[in-house]
Design a protein around this ligand. Structure first.
Ligand SMILES: [Zn+2]
Length: 257
C-alpha cells in the first residue's frame, strides 16, 4: 500500500511538474536589416531578391515572425507562450528602400517588422523616408516605428570628444527628444530603443531606462533571452553576402554561443 501510494505521489508530482509552464525559457533571434537594392554598394545593403528569399525561407521552414513587442513582453514574462520557432525582424535607420523595396515583400508575406527610426533624418535627409511614408507603412498594421535616438550619434566618440556636461546633455537629447518626436509624429507610445552602431555602456543603459524605454537593443549577434540586461538585448545584423545557410545557422541558434 505504501509502495502504491508513493508511486501515485510520484506520478502526481511528475504530472504537476510537467504542467507548470516555464516562462520565458525560449530565446528569440532578432534580425536587424538596413537597406535593400537591386545593386549592392555597401555591406549594409542587401539585394532585394535576397531579402525576398530570406523571408520565403523563414516561412517555408516553419518560423513565425512575431512582433518585437510580443518578443519583449514574452522575455519579461508578461506573455506566457510564443510559437516554437519565433523570430523577430527589425530594420534600422528609415532608409527609403524600406518603403520602395522591402515593404512590397513584407506585405506579400504579411510579417510584422519594427522600424528603428532617428527622427532628424525623416522628411529631411535625401536617403530617408518621409513621415507620411512611415505613417502609410504603419497603417498596414505590419510595420511599427520605435526609436533609434534623435540623430544616430556615435556615443563612444562623443564621450571622448565632448565635455562631461556636453555629453550628458547630448545623451539626454538623443533619448528624450527622439521618444517625444516619434510619439508626436506617429501618434503612439515609444517603448523600444536600438543603440546606434550597437554602441552602449553601463551608464547609457541606466539613462535609457530613466528615459522610459522598456527595452533596448544592440547588435551583439546572440539570441534575445530572459536573464540578459533588457537595455541591451542582442540582435543579429544581416549583411550582404549572408546566404540561406547562414540564415539557417543564425535562426536555429547555432551561432548563439
Ligand atoms: Zn542605425
Amino acid at each position: 500500500m505504501a509502495f502504491k501510494s508513493s508511486k501515485f505521489l510520484l506520478i502526481l508530482l511528475t504530472t504537476v511538474f510537467l504542467c507548470i509552464p516555464s516562462y520565458a525559457v525560449q530565446s528569440i533571434p532578432v534580425l536587424c536589416y538596413h537597406r535593400c537594392g537591386a545593386e549592392v554598394k555597401d555591406s549594409m545593403t542587401i539585394k532585394t531578391k535576397d531579402f525576398a528569399s530570406q523571408l520565403e525561407w523563414l516561412i517555408k521552414n516553419g518560423y513565425t515572425v512575431i512582433t518585437l513587442d510580443t518578443a519583449a513582453r514574452y522575455i519579461k514574462g508578461e506573455i506566457k507562450s510564443i510559437p516554437a520557432k519565433s523570430i523577430v525582424i527589425t530594420a534600422d535607420d528609415g532608409h527609403k528602400s524600406v518603403y520602395s523595396d522591402m515593404a512590397p515583400i513584407i506585405k506579400k508575406y504579411k510579417v510584422p517588422v519594427t522600424l528603428f527610426i532617428y527622427p532628424s533624418a525623416i522628411s529631411n535627409a535625401k536617403y530617408a523616408m518621409t513621415w507620411d511614408q512611415l505613417r502609410e507603412l504603419e497603417a498596414t498594421k505590419l510595420f511599427h516605428v520605435e526609436s533609434h535616438t534623435y540623430w544616430h550619434p556615435n556615443f563612444k566618440r562623443e564621450k571622448k570628444s565632448l565635455s562631461p556636461e556636453e555629453y550628458a546633455k547630448s545623451v539626454h537629447t538623443q533619448l528624450y527628444k527622439s521618444k517625444a518626436t516619434l510619439e508626436k509624429k506617429m501618434g503612439h507610445g515609444i517603448k523600444y530603443l536600438a543603440w546606434p552602431f550597437g554602441i552602449y555602456d553601463k551608464d547609457l543603459l541606466i539613462k535609457a531606462k530613466e528615459a522610459g524605454y522598456d527595452m533596448a537593443f544592440s547588435i551583439d549577434n546572440h539570441h534575445m533571452k530572459a536573464g540578459l540586461d533588457n537595455m541591451a538585448q542582442p540582435r543579429y545584423m544581416i549583411i550582404d553576402g549572408y546566404n540561406l545557410k547562414r540564415l539557417e545557422s543564425i535562426s536555429s541558434g547555432k551561432e548563439d554561443k
